[in-house]
Design a protein around this ligand. Sequence first.
Ligand code: GTP
Ligand code: MG
Length: 613
Amino acid sequence: MWCSWGRWGLRGLRGVTPSRAAVGALHYDIRSSYIPFDTIVNERRSQAKKSLLVQVNSEKSFPELHSYCSQFGTVLGVHHYTTSNSHHFMLVEFSTEENVSNLLASTTFIQDSDVIPVQSKFLWFRPQNNELRSNIRNIINFSETNDVNKLHVKNACVIPAENLILRNLLQANSISEQIQMLYDMTCLKDLGTRLRYVTARQVESALNGLFPNATVCPFGSSVNGFGKMGCDLDLVVKFTSEDLANNLRSRLVFHTKKSTLTGRTQQQRYMEIISDMIQFFLPGCSHVRKILQARIPIIKFNQDYAGLDCDLSISSTSGLYMSELLYLYGNIDSRVRPLVFTIRKWAKHVALTNASPGKWITNFPLTLMVLFFLQNATDGAILPSFNYLRKHAGESDMRLTDDRVNCSFLRDIKDMKFISQNDSDLKELLHQFFEFYCSFDFSTQALSINEGRAIKKPDYAALYIINPLQINLNVSKNVSYEECERMKIEFRNAAWYLESVSETGNEKESWGLGVLLKEKSSSLKNKFVDYHRIVQVKDLFMNEKKELNDGDKFEKDIHKNKVNNNQIHDDVIEQIDSEISLKTVQNVNIDTEQSQFLSSENVQTRGRKVKRR
Ligand code: GTP
Ligand code: MG
């Protein structure tokens, strides 16, 4: 199992730079190694159940931690990383869930009047005291760090700095190779995915006391193959399981309580309870904010130990199926993901996209634009239409969400008949993407992934991208005319640049993609202010940051600052946050509903006009 994960962690063409001259179009076809989405999700969930996170003093704690953990079962792997505040963590994977239960049964906590003793798989490894040392010596033979016990990954979550990325791009032999390199350097790695599933599992385990069948699943860029290191973690809670309900064979039926609330109010109340649970009881979860007025209410929080920004929603499983669809498209052809990554990065660089909500396009609809282009690529389609996938869906591909959205489509693409004859390389495709949208008639045409071609726009939205799963909805409804115009200008500039640029450069001066990603946005400079973080809340508590020099200091820091801070300051943080959010909303003049699925059909202005900037 370990080996196969190593392969999965790295799969997806890393280091492969297809060359047009050497090979034909089929070289780009990666369907033979396709692993269905459900298989990956199930394996990752099971891996998370067998894993736990341990805060340690440094990576040097590895042999001791490994030996200590080994008394509870076989350790499959230990992955080390540091968080932004330089705290060291190790993710330990055991071979069975039982091993983890045995270990958890042996854990302890430091009793203190203001500590809530919630047990979880987020632990810290304290230095030995003398008594412990002599006890432990009887149990464990500290093993030498031999090959078997080697740290699998060291410092694995470091996001490469911008200048390092640009410097590396200089070494490439062509722009196509630069595009591939950018993808290889920035895509979400194995440990990033593991941490996302462990975080989902933390919330899931907390809910399982009351709802034994509830699941919490990551969706969005964390799982759709288009995630970069450091991307946010979108989570969806599902309370029921179809297998459990209405089982006619069972004669014992559990008593249930009738809900006095209905629909939206009910959802909001439940979200409030979950958000309180996360804020008060879950270790490492801080900065919890409720955005309950959105059509799909969400809870935002940080998981400090995993270094993640999380958005949690309930019962919107269509997002999960949308992630599966994007994952599937990214696995048909090796050019899809590097191209999407480059275009997302370029769009961020020229400020077409931005982390905070607004009237601009976000990564999700932008990705659909790339997929749509690939269905219409100049030298022949690289991706099939969504209708094609729908048409070839078999019995086992049928899916319907709770709110009756039909999410059926062909899921195992290995035997799909569609073959692309297009052998354009990545640079050509990037150039063609910009040219394609320079001449696209946004004023009358809508992008239909379903048809794989443009169709007449049903309304006056500036940008109309049909939601493939719900064709009456526009996923880019929020994009303003002004932003759409700006997008066209940036497409023109990029197309012009790629037309004139030479294919290679030298190792000293920026060239190719390096220049495209260095150019300032032509139509607008410094347009966006990151209202979302006008004040960095953590800066207000700077004095708590401590250097960890020795074990004692480490223990003190952990106990006094880490454990208690979340609880002590949460109220203050909440208050500051609501002020910041308020400013955000006032400054950008958007409705709060835009906070979730901001680019989406879900946005409603509720009678309040969205002011043009
Ligand atoms: P980044 O977070 O920017 O890396 O990309 P992302 O794909 O995760 O986008 P985001 O966090 O905004 O949204 C998460 C997922 O929710 C997407 O991948 C989609 O599956 C779904 N989603 C986002 N926006 C919309 C929308 O406007 N309509 C619908 N139906 N689904 C959306
Ligand atoms: Mg996301």
